[in-house]
Design a binder for this molecule. Structure first.
Ligand SMILES: *Cc1c(COP(=O)(O)O)cnc(C)c1O
Length: 342
């Protein structure tokens, strides 16, 4: 596959697809230690046919973005949290951890090396960054690998869902993660488990699927790649508390933002039969940013939130605040934004 030429990019129509950029980052773990990685122009990886990750799924990943500021600079958003979460995920899958400060430096190096691919301010696009780690040892029996590859690629993306357009979602009959399973780890297997549910949802005309808690199928868990929030009739911000959801950095940030906006945020069990308690609902995550949920269909009954055509005022405000902080237009009171030195 040829490297992407920056001149061939249409910044206003990037979509959410992979493009092969000039630089990636790669580092190997072997003989009990990380082997001094660095930037590489190689965007393919080579493994044994018996590599652990190919058969037993030892893989963890992160999803981050670099945002172009109005002054031409580039921001990362809370990259230290991604570094921590990668290691939490790795521990759940009995993998090596990667030093957190090195992780942040590696991400910065990839962004700097590919800086011309960070979409312009105001285009709605950003540079999506995908750090990941895989177990590479050839194994037949099920054991944790003793060798790993840590790798980062980046690719320019447009808004995951263009504009703040409300989308229809459906409550899935499937689970993406078990109650005491790997739901809190950002790992490939959870996504493999969600593909059929996602295909059925898309085939039926929905933008995506919402999962319920795997134990009782009674409380809202999350979407396949984003956490859920609802704005109650009481004006408060609600988001599910669950052991099988991914601890979203966007969600964590939104709890703080919602508090500052006077929305008295609460993490609690949200009964799927209580949807009429909410005036607005949305999905939140790095890819989704804040996306309004127009409707949710559960057991054949479609529940419409604020509107199927326009975002609710609170959802809009949450989006404007979060994206404003990320792009550097809204004051960063908590030191979340990390500029990349170019
Ligand atoms: C990555 C992810 C999210 C969003 O997490 P952020 O840190 O906000 O990007 C939510 N749910 C799942 C299942 C995820 O994999």
């Amino acid at each position: 596959m040829a490297k992407q030429d920056v001149k061939d990019l249409d910044w206003s129509n990037l979509g959410f697809t992979y493009r092969d950029l000039p630089y990636s980052y790669n580092e190997e773990f072997k003989d009990g230690k990380w082997q001094n990685g660095g930037l590489t122009t190689k965007s393919t990886l080579t493994f044994s046919e018996a590599a652990e990750e190919l058969h037993y799924g030892q893989e963890v990943f992160e999803g981050m973005k670099a945002y172009r500021r109005k002054d031409g600079g580039i921001n990362l958003f809370r990259p230290d949290m991604n570094a921590k979460r990668l290691n939490n995920s790795a521990e759940r899958l009995v993998m090596q951890t990667y030093p957190e400060d090195k992780f942040v430096e590696a991400v910065k190096a990839v962004v700097k090396a590919n800086q011309e691919f960070v979409p312009p301010y105001g285009s709605g696009g950003s540079l999506y960054i995908r750090p990941f780690m895989v177990g590479t040892e050839p194994v037949v029996g099920v054991t944790a690998s003793s060798t790993y590859t840590f790798h980062i690629y980046a690719t320019p993306v447009g808004a995951y869902i263009k504009g703040l357009k409300p989308m229809p979602y459906v409550v899935s009959e499937y689970d993406r993660a078990a109650h005491a399973g790997t739901g809190q780890a950002k790992t490939a297997g959870n996504y493999a488990a969600s593909l059929l549910a996602g295909k059925k949802a898309h085939d039926a005309g929905y933008a995506g699927e919402l999962y319920l808690d795997p134990r009782e199928h009674k409380y809202i868990d999350e979407f396949s790649g984003a956490n859920f929030f609802g704005i109650g009739k009481d004006g408060k911000f609600y988001t599910p508390k669950s052991e099988s959801i991914l601890p979203s950095i966007t969600k964590k940030s939104m709890l703080t933002i919602a508090k500052d906006l006077g929305l008295d945020p609460t993490e609690t069990h949200i009964d799927i039969n209580d949807l009429d308690q909410f005036t607005e609902a949305g999905a939140m995550g790095t890819a989704a940013v804040v996306s309004p949920v127009g409707s949710l269909t559960y057991k054949g009954n479609k529940h419409v939130f604020f509107s199927e055509t326009k975002p609710g005022p609170v959802t809009q405000k949450l989006y404007d605040t979060l994206f404003g902080i990320q792009e550097g237009d809204v004051e960063d009171k908590y030191g979340w934004v990390v500029p990349v030195e170019l």
